[in-house]
Write a protein that binds this ligand. Structure first.
Ligand SMILES: [Zn+2]
Ligand SMILES: [Zn+2]
Length: 299
């Protein structure tokens, strides 16, 4: 009996060694977002929760990987692993060195990132760009890893700013790229409802959660976003909300219910235009077509 049981145990162990999970956290650190404008101290609160979440993720498995990005109104930076050499860390209060390294690197690089930004407040953060950078990072890791090793990747966006339709095209491009690369996008909305990012979660099979209260950020992160997507099906998580699948028109970048779609390139417009601004196809004007029909009837 024992002899029979042993090999199965070994194979189970073997497969867990060859599989690991990567989380890329995109933290919206834009001081122009409403949440931080009203209460700047919340930045530290959010950052502490994210660091604890990062450490919990690394604690789950020794092969687990982590990357953290800070997203701003003009640029996005990797704050962990940061550019240049890793910091020289000694053990502090018996804390595991990797956790100290994560905390110090994130805080130091975020300070640099914030200092490098201009004081001009822009409420819109370049989240689509940050997701694109995260996808490039994931794709590079997938290319350089050994073929026997499976890397399950996901992106977690933590933001308090609103998603504006001006980035509609960029959002859709990154969502479908993520879907193609099997990268799950999770979104934790700290303040406002984000309808475009919610579509991204739905497309990639991720979770969207708008926090009922910001004080419990760490609890929500650990409970909802820490389990890997295959495990989530077995948990009782907040029920999925109805996804608002409205699109933004290409002419004014506004969300619309009904619009005109170019039959050649599928661009969306809120008003009829005789020439598609994206692919320059010329269309018949509907009013003229009706008039010529009427003339024909009279004749
Ligand atoms: Zn329009
Ligand atoms: Zn067109």
């Amino acid at each position: 009996m024992n002899n029979l049981e042993l090999p199965t145990e070994k194979t189970a162990e073997f497969s867990s060694v060859d599989e690991s999970s990567l989380v890329v956290i995109i933290f919206d650190s834009n001081p122009g977002q409403k949440l931080l404008r009203e209460n700047p101290h919340l930045l530290t609160h959010c950052l502490d929760s994210i660091i604890s979440f990062s450490n919990s993720h690394l604690m789950q498995k020794s092969q687990n990987k982590l990357a953290v990005m800070a997203c701003h109104s003009r640029k996005s930076d990797f704050i962990y692993p940061g550019p240049g050499k890793p910091l020289d860390i000694r053990q502090v209060d018996g804390q595991y060195e990797t956790f100290t390294l994560v905390e110090k690197t994130i805080k130091q690089n975020l300070a640099k990132h914030l200092a490098g930004e201009s004081a001009m407040l822009n409420t819109e953060s370049l989240l689509a760009g940050a997701i694109a950078m995260a996808l490039c990072y994931i794709s590079r890791l997938q290319r350089t890893k050994s073929p026997a090793f499976t890397l399950n990747s996901r992106i977690l966006v933590v933001t308090g700013s609103s998603d504006s339709a001006s980035q509609y095209m960029n959002y859709m491009n990154v969502f479908f790229t993520a879907q193609k690369q099997n990268v799950v996008i999770d979104v934790c909305a700290l303040d406002q409802h984000l309808s475009l990012l919610q579509q991204g979660c739905d497309i990639t099979g991720g979770l969207y959660l708008r926090l009922p209260q910001l004080q419990g950020l760490l609890q929500y992160l650990l409970w909802v976003f820490l389990p890997e997507p295959p495990i989530r099906q077995k948990l009782v998580l907040p029920p999925p909300v109805k996804v608002d699948y409205r699109a933004a028109c290409f002419c004014h970048r506004e969300m619309i219910d009904i619009g005109y779609v170019c039959s050649v390139c599928l661009s969306i417009f809120c008003k009829f235009s005789p020439i598609c601004t994206t692919c320059h196809t010329v269309f018949k004007i509907p009013a003229l077509a009706v008039k010529s029909k009427k003339k024909k009837i009279k004749l």
